[in-house]
Every structure is written in structure tokens, then in C-alpha cells.
Ligand binder design. Structure first.
Ligand code: ARG
Ligand code: ASP
Length: 706
């Protein structure tokens, strides 16, 4: 019995230790994490992760484009990232004849790789704690704006010094709400070519249905290559550029992933809010998320209705639908998670204890009261601002913003004393369908006119609404009848001459309302929001400092802020609800089970179906099955997509691409019982490259660990 208890206790301890929340700074691993990482199986040193003296792991981990991560897997600059991260570029190269989104794309030699102007891959050269330099001259009794000015000036000085006489870029970022500052020096490569991508039916298998869900069967990867000049420095696309030689590239392990294995995710997580107060969570949970979800319910209902009705509309709205539903689903998951784990009550209990401690501390005793006052106003204002933007932008009723864009095109042409080309308009209307937009307008105007704060309604809309006695059908008809937004009307009018169109545009109710919306949003709502937000930010800094003093033995990790981070944990399944256990991995069986040519999200390509049925997995299989995705306890967030997932030896075992729905509240509150990141197994990636795409030549340049 004693033994069993001991065993139970040690498993409990090692579980909680390995299921460690946090996104840690590579530079500080040595100080805070390496002991625990090694105790949980990690075989390398902190110097192997981050070093400025020798090549280290950080030299093979990249920021991919603006919002994703990636990893270098060969000495010739080959990079893996997610399919949804490469999506935009794959789409840009796609035409009706070469539909790479549908069919996939594979360069069969380097000459066939496709350039992507605008796409960058960023390496971190160095990071440095610059807190003292940034805060030089800052005193406690300054106003918020005085303080921010000094910080700005000091940061600029540091940045300029860092990039003087070299081709690097630099940034200074605030950590712990502005209690600490780091300087980051980057090298940015601008010739990044597309090497390969599976069809969307592999890369995005499961589509929006499976998005944020486990069990999952996505092959969410794409392949790029970085090119450099002859001295290995960044250079824009050029014929004589050569493959980039990285300081470190990662070996790829075919040894497989097993329950309780140590895992480490390395990448660029975007934003988390782990230290916010209960007031902030109540704003999100009670007001902001519910309103945004309501609006998106309506958008998605209309768009999905039309997408199912008509193939043309499906293509036009696919992207908009994906981006609308991605956050919509996550917000709902976050609310569920906050409810299920009573997070707000937990925060309140913490705040009560904190208050007892702070009661006799002059600097801290009023913080929570001040928060209460500020959020009393901020919650409504911030929600109003977000609702207003959600209604008039963000893949919403496009008639408003399009009317504005049309005017800009015409004005630009007029200024250049020329005429806008038909191509410009064609591009403009490419993903627009007036029937869909009209339905959206009806649904969303109904929402707008019922919204609790009618001050966000543009005057013009108010007066049409009054004139039509609140009949939305009639309001919508009126607006469209008096507008040129319909592309056929608009182009005919334009062909009659600039002046006429400009006159009609000036009277366009969509354009006028859009300008009114803009002025409500930019001149009224946002200045108020920003003002309170500045006070909250300033309070956040003091509160962060206070809670660090309140829990002096706790090791805090800084919230994500799009800087490079390491998170570590272990591979393990979870129990989504009573009586249900989820395994840590999925196999190709699941792809065949989901397979349904009638359902867009589950349409398995013929060739893949054949390969999977044959079950010839070769070196990529494990006991006769092919593993597809797996889950682990690494603390990740948006921006971690494409992040490499490493085993204890620092070998690549997969690419992170999502989180499981039950635990997406991890941006606000991490719980090792339920929070899981989802990774595509590297063996499935190599299987697709080799057996499905017949691009196995790419494996020759990788270092494969068998
Ligand atoms: N949920 C993942 C993330 O936040 C994947 C999103 C892309 N996939 C999609 N079906 N929308 O980025
Ligand atoms: N899917 C997200 C991304 O694109 C990752 C996440 O939120 O877990 O970065």
C-alpha cells in the first residue's frame, strides 16, 4: 500500500511538473527551466537551446511571415510550416489551370520552386535584457504619457544602436506588463520560395468542422526554401540567389512519439492574458465575447446558407468563412472553459487573498478598487467599439466598406488624371456576391437597430430606419436602390464618365453611412477606449509587480507577445468529459472513417485513400498503422502554428498547428488536465511528401533519425 501510494505521489508530482504551463524566454531557460526540463527527460543543455557563442536551436526556429512559426530542416534552407500558414501563398500561385490549393504543388527540382514577394522568414540573432536602459529617466510620479515618451525614446536609441552598420532589424518589447524590457535583434530573409504543399483536403483535412477539435487528422504542413546572396545574407528574389545555409538545422526523427514523452515547442506565440483580473475576464465572458459571438452567428448562418447553395459562392466566401469561424469557435470554447473550471471565481478568491495582503501596503492597497472603477466604464465602451467594428468591417456587410473603397479607387484615378481599369474593379468584386451581401445587411442591420447603445448607429441609417418605420426589408431595399454598390450598376455608371460617378458616389447612402460609422468609431469611441485602456495598462504594470511580490517564490512566465518562446510538457491524452478518454494520437484509420466524398471537409483524395487502404506505410508506420496527429501539454497560442515540436534529443517530431477545444481558454487560464496542443506527426508529413507526392528527393537533404 505504501508503495502504491508512493508511486501514485511520484506520478502525480512528475505529471504536474512536466505538464508545466508557460511560454518561456529562451535566454532565461538556463536560469528558470533547464533543471525541470532535464528532470523530465530533456537530454540537452540550456546552451543548446539558446546561445550567442555557438550555433543553437534558436538558429533553426523561425518566424514565418507575420503570424506563424516554422523550422529549418536542411542545410539548404528547407523550411517546414503549416499549410494554413502557407495558404495565402499557395492560393496566390493558383489558377484555374494550376489549382494548387485543390491539387497540391510540388517542385520536382529547385528551378521549379515558386517565389513569394512579400513573404519573409525571420531569425533571432540575439536577445538582451535592457530594462535598465529602457527605464532610464523614468520616475514613479510621472504621468502615463511622460513615462511612455521616455520609454519610446530610450527604446529607439537602443534599436538604432543595434542596427547601426549591419542589415539586422531590432525591436524592444515589454514583458510583465512593462516591468521588464528585452531587445531582440533579427535577421530577415526576403527570398522565400514555395517548395511544396499537399492538397487542402490533406493540409486542411476536416476543415472548419474539425478546426479546434480533437481527435484530429490534419496534415497541416507546407514546405518552403530560404534563399540568400552568395555571402548567405538576405537578398530579395534574384536568379543568382542560392539556398540559405543555416547555423542550425534540425534532424527529423522517425522513432515515433509515445505517451509521457517529453516534448518541447519552440516558436512565436502571439498574445496571452494570464495575469488579468476577474474584471477583465468578466468583460470577456459576460459582454465582449457574447456580443461578438451573436454577430458572427448571424454572419455565419447567412454565409453558410449561400455556400451550401452555390459552388461559386462557396469559393468566394471560403476564406471569409474560415476566418470568421476560427475566432467564433475559439471564443465559445473559451467561455465554456472559463465556466467549467470556475475561473472567474478562482480569480476572485485569489484577489480576495491578495487584498488582505495588500491592505497595509500603500502602493498596492487600492489597485483592485481602481480596476473595478475602470472596468465599470471600459467594459461597455470597449464592447460598443468592438461591436461597431464587427458590424461594419470584419467580413461583414461589405456594401459599406466597398462603397468607401470604390470612392478611393475613383479618386486615385482622378488624381492621376486617368481612369481606373476594369481589372481593378474585377479584382475588387472577385470575392463579392451581392445576394449574400444583401442578406448579411438585412441580418446585421436588424442586430444594429436592436443593440443596447443606439449611439453607434450612423445618422443616415437612423433616418432611413425612421422613414421606413423600422421595416428592415424596406430599409435594405432603400439603401441598395440608392446605391451604386451593385457591380453592374456601378460599372455602367463609371463608363459614362468620372464626374457623374463621383456625384452619385457622394450621395451613396452606404458611403455616407460608412463615413459616419468611421467618425463614431475613430473620433468618439476609440479615443475614450484608448484613454481608459492607458490607465488600465498602467495599473496592469503595478498589479503585475504586486502579485510577483505577493507570491515571491513563484516563477512567473511573461505573457506571449509575439517574441520567441519555448514551452515544454509531455505527450498525453485527456478526458474531455466524464466517462470519455481521448488517446494521445490518431491514425490513418480515422481518415478512412471520416472519408466522405459528399462532405467537402472530409473528401479524401483518391490517391491517399488508395495508399491508406494498402497500408504500406514503410518506415513511416508504427506496428502496422500510420500515426497522423498527437496531443501534448505544451502551452501554446495563436502564432505557434507551424512551430516545431521536438523530442528530448532536440529532434523534430512534428509541427504544432492547433489546440483542442476543451482547453482553448489556455490564453486566459491554463489547466494541465485539459489544455492540449495539437501536432501533426512528422512521420505523416514525410509519408505525404514521399509516398503521396512522390517528392521523396526532398528527404535526401534532411538528416533522418531512424
Ligand atoms: N485553429 C487554428 C488556428 O487558430 C487553425 C486555423 C486555420 N484553419 C481553419 N480551418 N480555419 O490558427
Ligand atoms: N491555430 C493557431 C495558429 O494558427 C494555434 C493555436 O491557436 O493554438 O497559430
Amino acid at each position: 500500500m505504501k508503495h502504491i501510494l508512493l508511486l501514485f505521489l511520484t506520478t502525480l508530482i512528475s505529471f504536474s511538473a512536466a505538464a508545466k504551463e508557460g511560454m518561456w524566454l529562451p535566454l532565461l531557460i538556463e536560469q528558470y527551466n533547464i533543471g525541470e526540463m532535464q528532470a523530465n527527460g530533456f537530454k540537452l543543455s540550456a546552451e543548446d537551446i539558446y546561445s550567442v557563442n555557438q550555433a543553437s536551436m534558436k538558429d533553426g526556429v523561425v518566424k514565418f511571415g507575420g503570424g506563424c512559426s516554422g523550422v529549418v530542416v536542411s542545410d539548404a534552407g528547407l523550411v517546414f510550416t503549416n499549410h494554413h500558414c502557407g495558404f495565402k501563398y499557395i492560393q496566390r500561385h493558383s489558377t484555374v489551370e494550376h489549382d494548387y490549393l485543390t491539387d497540391g504543388f510540388w517542385a520536382m527540382n529547385r528551378k521549379e520552386e515558386l517565389p513569394n514577394p512579400g513573404l519573409t522568414v525571420t531569425f533571432l540573432k540575439e536577445m538582451r535584457d535592457v530594462t535598465n536602459d529602457v527605464l532610464k529617466g523614468v520616475t514613479d510620479n510621472m504621468t502615463i504619457s511622460q513615462r511612455n515618451n521616455i520609454i519610446q525614446i530610450n527604446s529607439d536609441t537602443l534599436i538604432n544602436r543595434a542596427i547601426k552598420g549591419n542589415h539586422y532589424k531590432a525591436d524592444v518589447n515589454a514583458f510583465f506588463e512593462g516591468n521588464q524590457y528585452f531587445l531582440f535583434i533579427y535577421e530577415v530573409y526576403t527570398d522565400v520560395r514555395l517548395v511544396g504543399a499537399p492538397p487542402s483536403s490533406v493540409g486542411g483535412f476536416g476543415g472548419n468542422t474539425d478546426n479546434w477539435m480533437w481527435p484530429r487528422h490534419g496534415g497541416d504542413f507546407s514546405v518552403f526554401r530560404i534563399y540568400a546572396d552568395a555571402s548567405n545574407n538576405p537578398k530579395d528574389y534574384s536568379d543568382d540567389n542560392v539556398p540559405y545555409k543555416p547555423a542550425h538545422s534540425f534532424p527529423v526523427s522517425l522513432k515515433g512519439v509515445h505517451e509521457n514523452d517529453f516534448t518541447m515547442v519552440f516558436g512565436y506565440p502571439g498574445t496571452t492574458e494570464e495575469y488579468k483580473t476577474s474584471y477583465h475576464l468578466k468583460m470577456l465572458h459576460d459582454m465582449l465575447y457574447p456580443r461578438l459571438i451573436e454577430i458572427r452567428d448571424r454572419k455565419l448562418e447567412v454565409i453558410n446558407y449561400h455556400m451550401n447553395l452555390d459552388q461559386g459562392r462557396r469559393i468566394k466566401y471560403a476564406d471569409k468563412e474560415a476566418s470568421l469561424s476560427n475566432s467564433w469557435k475559439r471564443w465559445r470554447g473559451e467561455i465554456n472553459g472559463l465556466d467549467r473550471f470556475d475561473v472567474i471565481s478562482k480569480k476572485e478568491a485569489f484577489e480576495k487573498d491578495f487584498q488582505n495582503w495588500a491592505d497595509n501596503k500603500e502602493a498596492y492597497k487600492n489597485i483592485l478598487d481602481q480596476y473595478k472603477k475602470l472596468y465599470g466604464r471600459y467594459t461597455q465602451l470597449n464592447t460598443d467599439a468592438n461591436v461597431s467594428r464587427e458590424l461594419f468591417e470584419k467580413n461583414s456587410m461589405e456594401c459599406f466598406s466597398k462603397a468607401d473603397a470604390i470612392q478611393k479607387i475613383v479618386q486615385r484615378a482622378q488624381m492621376a488624371k486617368s481612369r481606373a481599369s476594369n481589372d481593378e474593379f474585377a479584382e475588387f468584386y472577385k470575392d463579392y456576391d451581392i445576394t449574400v451581401d444583401r442578406d448579411l445587411t438585412k441580418r446585421l442591420l436588424t442586430y444594429l437597430f436592436a443593440y443596447s447603445n443606439q449611439n453607434i448607429v450612423p445618422e443616415t441609417l437612423k433616418s432611413v430606419y425612421k422613414k421606413k418605420k423600422g421595416d428592415i426589408e424596406k430599409v435594405t431595399d432603400y439603401l441598395y436602390r440608392h446605391s451604386l454598390i451593385d457591380d453592374t450598376l456601378w460599372i455602367a455608371a463609371y463608363n459614362k464618365g468620372n464626374d457623374k460617378v463621383i456625384k452619385s458616389l457622394e450621395k451613396d447612402p452606404f458611403l455616407i453611412s460608412y463615413k459616419e460609422y468611421n467618425s463614431i468609431y475613430n473620433d468618439n469611441l476609440m479615443p475614450q477606449v484608448r484613454k481608459i485602456k492607458a490607465s488600465i495598462d498602467s495599473l496592469d504594470r503595478i498589479y503585475m509587480k504586486a502579485i510577483m511580490a505577493y507570491e515571491p517564490d513563484k516563477i512567473f512566465f511573461p505573457d506571449a507577445n509575439s517574441t520567441m518562446r519555448v514551452s515544454y510538457g509531455k505527450v498525453i491524452g485527456y478526458d474531455p468529459k466524464d466517462g470519455v478518454h481521448y488517446k494521445y494520437y490518431t491514425t490513418s484509420e480515422g481518415i478512412l472513417q471520416k472519408d466522405d466524398p459528399e462532405i467537402y471537409d472530409y473528401n479524401v483524395p483518391d490517391k491517399l485513400r488508395q495508399l491508406l487502404n494498402k497500408a504500406d506505410f514503410g518506415q513511416y508506420g508504427e506496428n502496422g498503422s500510420l500515426h497522423i496527429d498527437f496531443v501534448a501539454t505544451n502551452h501554446t497560442t495563436g502564432g505557434n502554428s507551424g512551430s516545431p515540436v521536438f523530442n528530448a534529443n532536440g529532434e523534430l517530431i512534428g509541427l504544432n498547428f492547433d489546440r483542442a477545444w476543451d482547453g482553448v481558454m489556455s490564453d486566459l487560464y491554463y489547466n494541465p488536465k485539459i489544455c492540449r496542443n495539437i501536432t501533426v506527426d512528422i512521420r505523416y508529413i514525410l509519408f505525404i511528401i514521399d509516398k503521396f507526392a512522390a517528392a521523396g528527393y526532398l528527404l535526401d537533404e534532411m538528416k533522418i533519425i531512424r
